[in-house]
Structures are given as C-alpha cells and as structure tokens.
Design a protein around this ligand. Sequence first.
Ligand code: NAP
Ligand code: HSE
Length: 434
Amino acid sequence: MKNETPLNIALIGFGTVGSGVARILATQAETLSIKAGRPINLRRVVVRDASKSREYLPAGISVSTDVADVVNDPEIQLVVQLVGGIDPAHEYMKSFLAAGKDVVTANKALIYQHGESLFQLAATNGRTIGFEAAVAGGIPIISAVTQALAGNRILSIEGILNGTSNFILTQMLDHEQTYEDVLKEAQALGYAEADPAMDVDGTDAAQKLSILTELAFATRVPLESIVRQGIDCLELLDLQVAQELGYKIKLLATSRLHGERLEVSVQPTLIRGDRTIAQIDGADNIVAVEGDAVGMTTFSGAGAGQLPTASAVVADIVDYATGRTQLTFQSILRSLKQPSVSIQPQEELSRRYYLRFTVDDRAHVLADIADILGRHEISISSVRQDESSESSSGTARLVIMTHHTTEGSLRGADAELKKLACIQGQSIRLPVAD
Ligand code: NAP
Ligand code: HSE
C-alpha cells in the first residue's frame, strides 16, 4: 500500500554522484514512489559553492552552504552525503546522526577510516547508515555480501575495485594513450577521486577491499596490513609484454582465506587473458565472491561514474523508505561482532612473479641477477630481452618470469638487487595469477 507522506531527504554534495541522484529521483519519480511505498522528496541541497549553476537541480529547491540548515530541519529524515574525503565529511556525518537523522553515503574513505565509530554512533542513536555505493560503484556488492550470500561462509573475494585505474590500463593498452592523458580523461568523466593519487596508488581499491573484508570475514584490515601497489609503477611496455605472454595486467584486489588466515592484497597482477576478470575493461569493476555453499559467484558492471554510482545510492534511499535498511543495518552490526580471523604475514604470500629491470646491456648482467635470485631460492621460468628495447644509452629491458616463490624471498632478493650497479632506474615486480 502506498503512503502519501513523502520521505524528505537532503543531498550534501551535488557533484558527479549528487547530481546523478537528483537526476534519477526526477526522471524515475513515479516508479520510485511505488517501490519506496511513498514519494521521495528532495527538500534541501548543501554544496561548497552555492553560486555554481547546476544541471539536474530541481527548480525552487533550497541550496545552501551550511549543513546546519539540514541538521536543524526536523522534516528531513534521511541525509544523502556525497562529499568526498574525511574533513569535513566526518564531522557532517556525526552531526546528522547525532541529530537523529539516518545517512546514506558513497564515501568509502570515510567508511574505511571511521566506519566503526560511525556505525556505533548510528546504533547509539537508533539510526542507520547505507553505503552500497561506497564499493564497486553500481554493482550491488554490499547487499550481495551482507544479505544475498548470508547462507555462506565466504572463502574469498577477488576483483577489480577501482574504475579509474582499470580505465587507464585499458586505454593505454588498446589506444596507446599516455598515462597522463588517460588520467585527465578519467577525471573529466567523473571517475577519479578529488585526489586521483588515491585511485592510481591502490589506496581507493584497498579501502574498498578492507570494507568488503570486514563485512565478509568480520576482520578489520588496516591499509598497512594490505600488500599494496598501484598502477602508477607501470609502463606501456609492461602491459604489452604481459599481453605477448598471454596475460592482462589488472589492479587485482584479493581477500582469501587460507585455513584460518586471510591473504589480503591489492596489486597490479598478470592475469591469464582467457579469465573473465582479465576481460573487464574501461571503468568497469568485477567482484568474484566464493562461498562454501554457493561456490563461485561473479558480479560485474560499472564501477564508477555519475549514473551507475547514483543507481546504488538511490537503491539505498528506496531500501530506507521501505524499512529494509533498518533491518539489514542491525544484521550488519551483529555480523561485525563475530570472531575475526588473523591476517597472513605478507612475507608468506606465495605466487609466481613478473620482474622487469632496466639493465646495462653488457656481459654478466643476467648472471648477476640470476645469481641473486638463485641464492634466495627463486627459480626462473623464462627470461626475455627484446632486442628492439635496447636503446642508444646502452641499456636493455629485461623481463624475468619466476616459478612460485614467496613475497619474503622476493623482498630479500630486492634488497640485494638494489645494490647491483648494472640495474638502472626503477625495477618492478608484479604477481602472476594463473
Ligand atoms: P565531486 O564531483 O567532487 O562532488 C563533491 C560535491 O561535494 C560537490 O558538489 C561539492 O560542492 C560538495 N562539497 C565539497 N566540499 C563540501 C563542503 N565542505 N560542504 C558542502 N559540500 C561540499 O565528487 P563525486 O565524484 O560526486 O564523489 C562524491 C563521493 O562519492 C566521494 O566520497 C567519492 O569517493 C564517492 N564515489 C564517487 C564515485 C564516482 O564515480 N564519482 C563512485 C563511487 C563513490 P561544489 O559542487 O560546490 O564544489
Ligand atoms: N574513484 C573511484 C574509482 C570511484 O575510480 O573506482 C568509484 O568508487
């Protein structure tokens, strides 16, 4: 039955995602009111600069730069906070919860960093927090992990969780665009964070992985415990060599149980080209979740951008309007109190590796490198030195693929390799997921 009393909401932030939410609320008003059981009324908007002209801003709506206008409006029940970063988003969120308002947000940095205390504050005040859009944009992965897969013990979560870096890798390889040009394009398309360093250095994906890991395994993983590497270390040559070897390089986020210990990493990874995950291109994301009952499930779709992200935010608004959030949020709070698992020490991670060096093109260089690898029990699977990569500067690009070895062995070898005078510039090593 439909209730004619509207749900009054406020939007804090009217940028890429906020304007997308207003757009969906306007274009889908009738169907949304049916799904929600009552009309959804956008009553106030708060931004940083009220003088900007804005597409999709409903006529006659109150726009201000002061969140107190929302805090002090007793008609507003739900605040949709779409301001990025920690400050002042954190203070805003606390003031809304303390004022007895429920909150929906897409801010993964905030949920990662202050989720625990914010959830506690919400619980103390009898309020809720919806955060479906905080991980993997339009893919409903939070509800999948917390609700749809409730019948499972989750065994692993693996995927691509950052749209910007996937877009950059795709455009560089397919169109030979420069890293800098594609990053600018990703910013113009609204995919990148206000500080795009967080997209390309793996921080954003690691924050999302940490959120998913906590929901799936009741285990809080701080960024320091995640083996983390961004795409900013890659060159076009790495993408091309990987492709010639039958792989695609993707920024792969992994949380996997080994017995009672959890492997957690975010790294550009060589993935066999015929695997689904390797074929996810552009700003799309993919999340493969393995449960003990269901087996492997895979969710893919747009991981960033205005409408895909707004799609997840609007789903949270509808869930709240129907009363579902009030139930699922309680369930999440209870689940987070389950016993946690321990994190596998980084040194124990065992994978094959891709190693790329720029070396002096002279005798004994390969022998020196192989000697160090050998002394650390790292067995070489193949060596590749492309003649065309040799430059007039007398250096050459050397790519070594290893057999299975541990992160610890590689770290030990790294320390010695760094001392070799024949190695020039930055070397990189990437794991291989066969
Ligand atoms: P955005 O385009 O930069 O928009 C941010 C909005 O916040 C702007 O309207 C800005 O106002 C407003 N704002 C900034 N500081 C403010 C302050 N102190 N007080 C009031 N308003 C303030 O960012 P976005 O891409 O929409 O992202 C919003 C959130 O969603 C972020 O947490 C982001 O990580 C997350 N997210 C984004 C995507 C995506 O694809 N873009 C996907 C998933 C999650 P002005 O317009 O006046 O500057
Ligand atoms: N900057 C983020 C990304 C937005 O590129 O994935 C979606 O969370």
